[in-house]
Structure formats: structure tokens, C-alpha cells
Design a protein. Structure first.
Length: 173
């Protein structure tokens, strides 16, 4: 691979990773607790984020870009997933970081994306009814928020650990 390609891959990996990790930390630490505190009134916010602003789609795209560029860089550094580099301390730490990020991406795509979409759809339905949410809708919002909150906490921890691994891997001996 050319030096220009490596630089481009690193830029994609780092910039998309920064967006992914930063967004997850913001959502997990600030947005989800605020939405849970508001309860059913959070429906329009979730609708705006999921259906208008397409946050789940953007999160999925940056996760995929981060993971694919990271795998390609790992492949390059390891000489095609072979050699002593994989067994070296940096190779193991980069590999661990990559696995943590992949697991975070899978959780995000399997749990967070569909849950966020359901919350947005429910918020839209409540908004169209021009009245207060039904007790069933309130219960469903609470259930979905709880599921999303728990999942986002796990994803946030995994991504912080993955980021830490990537930050120190070259210096581990």
C-alpha cells in the first residue's frame, strides 16, 4: 500500500473513530439520562434525532468506517494477518482494541439502532395523536429507554477501552 493510502486510511480511522466514540459518550452520559428523566415528553427529541437527523444511520456509518479502516491498517501492519507482528505486544494490543470496537459495533447495530428507531417511531405516533401518550405508550417508552441506556453504557465502556488500547499499542513492549 502506498504512503498516501495509509495516511488516508489513518485519517478515516481516527476521524470516524473520534466521532463514533465522542457521540456514544455524549449519548450515554448526557442525552440518555436527560431523555429518561423527561420520560414520554422525550418522544419528539427521539423522533428528530432518529427520523430527521438520522443519528442511528450516521453512527452506523462511522462505526463501519472505523472498523473497516482499522482492519485494513491491521492487515497492512501484520503483513496480511501473518507474521510475528501479530504476536508482538503492539500487535496484541491493537488486536484487542479492534475486537473491543467490533463488539461495540455489533451491539450498537443489533440493539441501539433498532431501539432508537422504535423510540423515534413511537414519539412520532404520540405526536400525531395530539394528546397525551397512553399508559401502554408510556410503559413502552420507559422499556425502550432502559434498554437503550443499558446498551449505550456497555458500548461506551467498550469504546473507551478500545480507544485506550489504540492510544498505547505502539508503546507497549
Amino acid at each position: 500500500m502506498s504512503g498516501t493510502t495509509i495516511i488516508l486510511l489513518r485519517l478515516i480511522h481516527i476521524l470516524s473513530g473520534v466521532f463514533w466514540v465522542g457521540s456514544v459518550l455524549f449519548v450515554a452520559r448526557f442525552l440518555m439520562p436527560a431523555l429518561r428523566a423527561i420520560g414520554p415528553a422525550s418522544g419528539p427529541v427521539m423522533q428528530q434525532l432518529t427520523q430527521v437527523r438520522k443519528l442511528p444511520l450516521f453512527m452506523m456509518i462511522v462505526a463501519i468506517l472505523t472498523i473497516l479502516s482499522g482492519i485494513t491498517l491491521y492487515w497492512q501492519d501484520s503483513g496480511g494477518f501473518t507474521g510475528a507482528w501479530i504476536d508482538s505486544a503492539p500487535g496484541r494490543v491493537f488486536g484487542l482494541g479492534g475486537i473491543l470496537a467490533i463488539v461495540a459495533g455489533i451491539i450498537g447495530m443489533a440493539i441501539n439502532t433498532p431501539t432508537g428507531r422504535k423510540m423515534g417511531e413511537l414519539g412520532a405516533a404520540i405526536g400525531r395523536s395530539n394528546g397525551p401518550p397512553s399508559p401502554e405508550q408510556v410503559a413502552e417508552i420507559g422499556r425502550l429507554q432502559g434498554k437503550m441506556y443499558s446498551s449505550m453504557q456497555v458500548v461506551a465502556v467498550l469504546l473507551v477501552l478500545a480507544t485506550a488500547a489504540m492510544a498505547i499499542a505502539r508503546y507497549v513492549r
